[in-house]
Design a protein around this ligand. Structure first.
Ligand code: B1M
Length: 209
């Protein structure tokens, strides 16, 4: 079984093939993590490169994103299979003005797989929405994702808002997304940064230990 076939189907935006192949690989005993990393995520990197090089335009990127989502929906229950009490609560979302959610959804699935209860606020999440969700759920961790250099700046406002609402000491803030870095996370006053979904799960586990 060749995971490149799956990657190629994501790159071509062929959701039907992605559905068929993802199911086939899982039932064939391939690890869900390998299907995710080598089949789906690697494909989006290629799509990103094609978009940057002007070979792909938004419609092609959207088709690939949609195909990726189909694969993710099938993988999600496999990644989240756990059966133990939640080890902590994480509120997660993509920041205001930003509609990218593929990476955030993978992080959320990994966290569920690691035993966390995840409250996913979706995309384009305002500071108020983050604050209310942290308060209402007594979350241990707030996770923010951003994929655009123009939207990542609003993470700082959310942290500021946590302070103004006397919630900063009760919640650990972690951030991630392609344009971010460890340094940026420090500069805005976040408690942690994770470059990918696996490190995000490791980081959250360290936080609640
Ligand atoms: Co957009 N887009 N996009 N896009 N898009 C990027 C991000 C871009 C880098 C493409 C490029 O120019 N090369 C560029 C941003 C440039 C910049 O700001 N530096 C860009 C642009 C410019 C735009 C628009 C402005 C285009 C336009 O309209 N002219 C527009 C903005 C819309 C908006 O948000 N307001 C736009 C739109 C879109 C689509 C809607 C078409 C689609 C999104 C669909 C969706 O998400 N539902 C899309 C896509 C798919 C991409 C690329 C091609 C792929 C992103 C992706 O899903 N990657 C992207 C290029 C690229 O990244 N190579 C691009 C796969 C995913 C698994 O990786 O999201 O990085 P990623 O997540 C990783 C890590 O970052 C990390 O873990 C994840 C898994 O390992 N991580 C976290 C993420 N969040 C985390 C949170 C954590 C911890 C880790 O803790 C909480």
């Amino acid at each position: 079984m060749d995971l490149n076939q799956l990657s190629q189907s994501v790159i071509e935006g062929n959701a039907g093939e992605v559905e068929r192949l993802t199911k086939e690989f899982l039932s064939g005993g391939i690890e869900p993590k390998d299907v995710l990393n080598s089949g789906l995520i690697s494909a989006m990197n290629v799509v990103g490169r094609k978009f940057k090089d002007g070979e792909y335009f938004l419609p092609e990127v959207l088709l690939s994103a949609r195909a990726m989502k189909v694969g993710m929906e099938i993988l999600k229950p496999e990644l989240s299979r756990t059966g133990v009490e939640p080890v902590g609560k994480v509120v997660i979302g993509t920041v205001k003005g930003d509609l990218h959610d593929i990476g955030k959804n993978i992080v959320a699935s990994m966290l569920e797989g690691a035993g966390f209860q995840v409250i996913d606020l979706g995309v384009d999440v305002s500071a108020d929405k983050f604050i209310n969700a942290v308060r209402e759920n007594s979350a241990n961790i707030l996770g923010m994702s951003a994929l655009l250099t123009t939207t990542m700046v609003s993470m700082k406002d959310v942290i500021q808002s946590l302070q103004e609402n006397n919630l900063r000491d009760s919640v650990e803030v972690i951030v991630g997304g392609a344009p971010l870095s460890e340094k940026y996370a420090k500069d805005i006053g976040a408690d942690g940064y994770a470059p990918d979904a696996t490190s995000a799960a490791t980081l959250c586990k360290e936080i609640v230990q």
